[in-house]
Design a protein around this ligand. Structure first.
Ligand code: DAH
Length: 330
């Protein structure tokens, strides 16, 4: 009992001198810990007489009740004090410049596509969607592209099986739309197309936009007017354009259209176009003596490269945020 009284007395005194959390934890441990003085004494209780035991137990409980809570209370008080001091010492400089969050922006191809679509829509064309996995009928046969045509070669086309390909152009959507819709119609379609080709100006996946106008007595000057207006709106300038004779199986006559850049005087090819071939009308059950039409197809990536002065098409697909961040915020 004497030892217990001494512990009580000592604790009473040290309690007032403890100033830091470490000191409190240490003092608590030295009495109540596994090897603490109180724990050691309690081990000797078995040797005490039966009368003494309850008294000793009572005293131990008293000591525990008196000091354990007090220790914990002190620790919590000091922790709070430390936190308060830390907060008081930290200051915020409200005049520091803020960090600008990274804003998402439109990809240059998406931006060009959007501009082209809105230019076409203002000329009366309506957007139509078509599948990316296409069958050979819609991608080739119905467009008057025979088996012997080089574009059907395995080198140029990604074949999925004998009858299905990753569409090589958006012209396939013309066929799908005409099969569903009686003339007259004025449609546009855009999206990814695929060809086995890769260098500075060719990517195996790129984007095209297609326009088709079918009506009674559609004429070549209407095609010229449409493309002139479309390119002027897209390039936001009054460039000269010229039509060069060319060949596409699905148009007759066919043209390649060039645009002249004012700064350099250089002519650049920007799209293909022509009057819809009679065989194309036949394959969608239109009467070629009754209707006529024009069509055009352009590479969105190519037009975006020309408009924004990008020299390597691969820059579009490398996802370098320094390049992409130049786009307008969406
Ligand atoms: N489909 C052609 C290509 O991928 C582009 C094209 C040329 C589309 C002339 C047309 C057209 O509609 O009339 O190269």
């Amino acid at each position: 009992m004497d030892q217990l009284n001494t512990i009580d007395h000592d604790l009473n005194e040290t309690m007032t001198t403890l100033a830091t959390i470490e000191e409190i934890v240490q003092a608590k441990e030295s009495v109540f810990g596994k090897k603490g003085s109180l724990t050691q004494i309690m081990k000797q209780f078995r040797d005490a007489s039966t009368e003494d035991r309850p008294l000793l137990g009572q005293k131990v409980n008293q000591i525990k009740a008196k000091y354990l809570n007090a220790f914990d209370h002190q620790i919590r008080r000091l922790e709070k004090q430390q936190l308060d001091e830390q907060l008081m010492s930290e200051s915020v400089d409200i005049f520091l410049p803020g960090t600008r969050p990274l804003m998402g922006g439109l990809h240059p191809i998406r931006q060009a596509e959007k501009d082209l679509i809105s230019a076409c829509e203002s000329l009366g064309f309506s957007m139509v969607k078509g599948p990316i996995i296409e069958d050979t009928f819609h991608n080739f046969e119905a467009l008057n592209i025979p088996d012997t045509h080089p574009s059907r070669d395995m080198h140029d086309t990604f074949y999925l099986n004998n009858h299905h390909v990753l569409r090589t152009h958006t012209s396939s959507v013309q066929i799908r739309h005409m099969l569903k819709t009686p003339p007259p119609l004025k449609m546009l379609s855009s999206g990814p197309v695929f060809r086995c080709d890769s260098d500075r100006t060719h990517s195996p996946m790129f984007h095209q936009m297609e326009g088709l106008y079918v009506n009674h007595k559609v004429t070549l000057p209407e095609l010229k007017y449409t493309l002139d207006a479309l390119l002027k709106t897209f390039f936001e300038d009054d460039h000269l354009i010229r039509f060069r004779s060319s060949y596409f199986p699905f148009t007759e006559p066919s043209f390649e259209v060039d645009i002249q850049f004012k700064k350099t005087g250089e002519w650049m090819e920007v799209l293909g176009a022509g009057m819809v071939h009679r065989n194309v009308f036949r394959s969608v059950n239109y009467n070629p003596d009754d209707v006529s039409g024009f069509a055009f197809g352009l590479g969105i990536d190519r037009l975006a490269m020309l408009k924004y002065g990008i020299e390597d098409i691969r820059a579009f697909y490398e996802n370098d945020t320094r390049f992409l961040r130049q786009g307008a915020p969406c």
